[in-house]
Design a protein around this ligand. Sequence first.
Ligand code: ATP
Ligand code: MG
Length: 197
Amino acid sequence: MKNIIIFGAPGSGKGTYSEEIKNRYGMGHISTGDVLRAEIKNGTELGKIAQGYIDNGQLIPDQLMIDILALQYDSHPTGKGVIFDGFPRTIAQAEALKRMLAERGHDLGMMIELIVGEDVLMERLLRRAQIEGRADDNEETIRKRFAVYHSQTEPLSKWFAAEGIRHTFDWGVCKTKEGMLEAIFQEIEKENGGVES
Ligand code: ATP
Ligand code: MG
């Protein structure tokens, strides 16, 4: 299986769809947000550094994030491909990921972009706040995360298009999680020349 980069705004469903893809195809899954939250929970040095950024809706500095990602990648089985969830989030991270994979004889694979309107995103994140209680899911921090997304992450969409690996899925068109998933699975199987699932 090709590697998959799941790309989208906060609350677009990166984690949810990653889980579904992982379960269907047996791929590896690296969520940088989950890695950082585990570090915070365990009170590590890295967790202490990360917390300040996350609580403020800011990104962790690129070089730190790139080092974390390489460690994660090297400790994951890569035979069935890996899903990158929440990484890369800047052009520098994308360039580093491409280089890191090339050094290992691998490539970026395909990028899946989830397009969801901001009103839907806000509603979802505020609902998630009540269920999961994530410290960064409050309206003020969510607004900051949207701003960071627009300024630092969204420009990457074009970078992936230029790489020729961008595949976009629009919530406004698919309308349901099942519809979105069906479209995503079809595209993944097309890209991999038809896969057994
Ligand atoms: P969702 O999973 O709902 O799409 P999200 O994109 O808001 O949510 P996570 O991917 O879990 O959330 O990331 C949470 C926070 O962790 C980010 O706001 C940021 O501070 C930090 N973070 C995660 N990945 C990166 C990254 N690649 N570079 C820099 N910071 C990151
Ligand atoms: Mg997530």
